[in-house]
Design a protein around this ligand. Structure first.
Ligand SMILES: [Zn+2]
Length: 679
């Protein structure tokens, strides 16, 4: 390829990528899978690496920028970002409508309704179509300059599209977009699962996690978390050629700015109330959390007439849905020790009914959270279930604080093994660092035997506890010696000869697992299933991996300095070295089979895959044969064990199930790519 051809291909790829961003974020009608998109992106990145002179700031590859910042600069908003009045009841909503009617003295008016996404409000400034500034709301007058971080969010266009057929007019010189950055629920949960698997503390909820992410000084971290964005308002627009919010938002869409597809324009307050009730029913099925509906007067001139109070506009109100919450008393706090020693405070509550179940405890997450809430032992607290299964303490009833409350003190000793606790850098998390801590050994053992690790069925929390407490297992290698202590094993409560033999057989079988599973099972900090596979694939054997240094590890895409250090520290630290040596001496496999290393096998080998719906190029049988020919298994229904779902036309209920389990869904094109059959 010569320079001119490269230039042309780069321009085409950029055009395609920005078109797919538009289809995905603005029209919500993606034409290609995420994997296909990633492929285009990688092609562009490769070409730009070859021809660095052709890189421009608005290339999609330039979203992740440069060096971490030292801090955020403060910026003043051209138009203040006011807060919006809230209400939880219909009466107040109608009262708001009466004030609007009075303020407009008889003029006709209409409302626009916009679902209120539970995220973080920001302002984006475009000058001559280019994104020049992104800022947090701050105190409404001044916020932080987070441009570098906002650029990493794919939903935020770096450059506005010229209006297309819809509007012949030019993009105004200055366009300030106000909107919400949020973390789509499924992506958030997936990210939390990865953190959990890698032994890192999980985030409490998507909104706090989004706020924390936007304040990261290193934009590369922001880029890894798949935040999204939707516009809900505007600041300065010069020149402004439209008369209503509704019309402006049609232009936003044409310019490539994502807006909520559920925005509605309605005639009067009765219609507002009807829409709000309808929305309350369907909002839980949305890909993001919403906690209400924002009701705004549509006409921009009428907004000016109505004006603002000292804190909020008179033309706008947020109707908020009451969260499912309950008030109860916090009796005490217990501390749980995770597999890598992280100590999590959990509230013991007076049992209370919440969203159909009795709640006895709620997570307090970490000591920062305790401080933020200002919660004390003996307080009356509000607990909520916000999409998550584990209830959260969200608020303290400070007005009704009993006299005898006590502060919650971080434990100086591990609640299980009594060794001294250590605070993480940043001081948010406490850890027990004793390698002999039984709580950690139990958690690690359970994890070692997990489905994505050594896959030894039957070793759950209860059995792991029994094995450790009885002294039968003090380290992983002891599992493989249990066959010599069968009688003691049989004697465990709820065990018996049959289940003992099944367990011993499962343990013996796991010796033959590929290296990737063993690496995933070892509880190396930051090494989950994906990283373990990358390592096994690259090095092929434990011995080769042990011989590698941090630099060689970082040659693998996806492994940064932090992960590399963690691997080296484990492999060559006293505990890790001994663990690996003992597992070797009892004959656990230390190699990765070669056959699944070729590209065609990578996605299929040893995986369970579900095909659903009608494919164009294959019959169901042909697709399943193809999967089997590449070392995979097929199944008729989706479960937690499913690696991914191939969906054709009319896929039916299996898609919902895939979503429930958080299983990846791919289309036929992607299937062909994965099978190595695309030309
Ligand atoms: Zn401990």
């Amino acid at each position: 390829m010569n320079l001119r051809e490269a230039e042309k291909t780069i321009a085409e790829l950029r055009e395609q990528i920005s078109r797919h961003d538009y289809l995905y974020y603005v029209l919500a009608e993606p034409e290609i899978s995420d994997q296909h998109y990633d492929k285009l992106y990688r092609q562009l990145l490769d070409l730009e690496t070859q021809y660095p002179d052709l890189v421009t700031p608005e290339s999609p590859t330039q979203r992740v920028g440069g060096q971490p910042l030292e801090g955020f600069a403060q910026v003043t908003h051209a138009v203040p970002m006011l807060s919006i009045d809230n209400t939880y009841n219909e009466g107040e909503l109608r009262e708001f409508d009466r004030r609007v009617a009075k303020g407009l003295s008889g003029e006709r008016y209409t409302y626009v309704l916009d679902p209120k996404i539970d995220g973080v409000a920001i302002s984006l400034r475009y000058e001559e179509g280019q994104l020049v500034l992104a800022a947090t709301r701050g105190d409404g007058e001044r916020g932080d300059d987070i441009t570098q971080n906002a650029r990493t969010i794919r939903a935020i266009p770096l450059r506005l599209k010229a209006g297309g057929d819809l509007f012949s007019g030019k993009i105004p010189e200055v366009v300030e977009v106000r909107g919400e950055v949020f973390w789509p629920t499924a992506d958030f949960e997936k990210y939390n699962k990865q953190r959990e698997a890698a032994g890192e503390p999980t985030f409490a909820n998507p909104r706090n996690a989004t706020a924390g992410t936007l304040k990261q000084l290193d934009s590369r971290i922001v880029a890894q978390r798949r935040l999204s964005f939707m516009a809900h308002g505007f600041g300065r627009i010069e020149p402004l050629s439209v008369e209503s919010h509704w019309d402006l938002f049609q232009r936003f869409k044409a310019w490539g700015i994502p807006t909520n597809p559920h925005i509605k324009r309605v005639e009067d307050i009765d219609a507002v109330v009807r829409e709000i009730h309808a929305w309350d029913k369907k909002r839980h099925a949305m890909a993001y959390a919403t906690d209400g509906v924002v009701v705004k007067v549509d006409c921009i001139d009428q907004r000016r007439k109505l004006g603002v109070t000292s804190r909020s506009p008179r033309w706008c109100i947020a109707y908020k849905f009451a969260a499912e919450r309950a008030r109860t008393r916090l009796h005490s706090v217990r501390f749980q020790v995770g597999k890598l020693g992280t100590i999590t405070p959990v509230a013991n509550l007076e049992p209370v009914l919440l969203a159909g179940t009795t709640v006895k405890s709620a997570s307090l997450h970490n000591f920062d959270q305790i401080e933020r809430l200002g919660v004390r032992v003996g307080d009356f607290v509000y607990v909520e279930k916000a999409g998550e299964i584990i209830p959260q303490v969200v608020e303290v009833d400070e007005k009704d604080r009993p006299k005898d409350t006590r502060p919650i003190m971080p434990p100086e000793q591990c609640p299980v093994c009594s060794s001294k606790t250590v605070r993480d850098e940043g001081g948010v998390f406490l850890r027990c660092v004793s390698p002999a801590c039984p709580a950690q050994i139990k958690e690690r053992l359970r994890y070692f035997c997990g489905r994505d690790q050594m896959d030894i069925e039957g070793v759950g929390t209860a059995l792991a506890e029994q094995l450790v407490d009885s002294g039968l297992v003090t380290e992983f290698a002891d599992l493989y010696c249990l066959k010599d202590r069968r009688e003691e094993l049989v004697a465990l409560e709820r065990m018996g000869p049959k289940s003992a033999d099944n367990l011993l057989a499962a343990i013996e079988k796991s010796k033959g697992n590929p290296l990737s599973r063993l690496l995933a099972a070892l509880n190396i900090q930051h090494v989950g299933v994906n990283t373990a596979e990358l390592l096994a694939e690259r090095f092929g054997s434990m011995d080769a991996l042990l011989a590698a240094d941090a630099e060689e590890l970082q040659e693998i895409e996806g492994i940064g300095p932090e992960v590399a250090t963690s691997i080296i520290e484990f492999m060559h630290g006293k505990g890790g070295k001994r663990t690996i040596e003992h597992l070797r001496s009892i004959g656990v496999n230390r190699t990765e089979p070669k056959r699944n290393r070729s590209a065609e096998y990578r996605y299929f080998f040893d995986k369970t895959i579900v095909v659903t719906g009608t494919l164009e190029r294959f019959s169901r049988q042909e697709a399943e044969d193809l999967i089997k020919s590449r070392g995979g298994r097929t199944a008729g229904s989706v479960s937690g064990k499913t690696a991914f779902v191939v969906a054709g036309k009319n896929p039916g209920s299996k898609l919902d199930k895939a979503r429930d389990f958080g299983v990846e869904v791919i289309d036929e094109t992607e299937f062909i790519i994965r099978a190595g059959m695309s030309s």
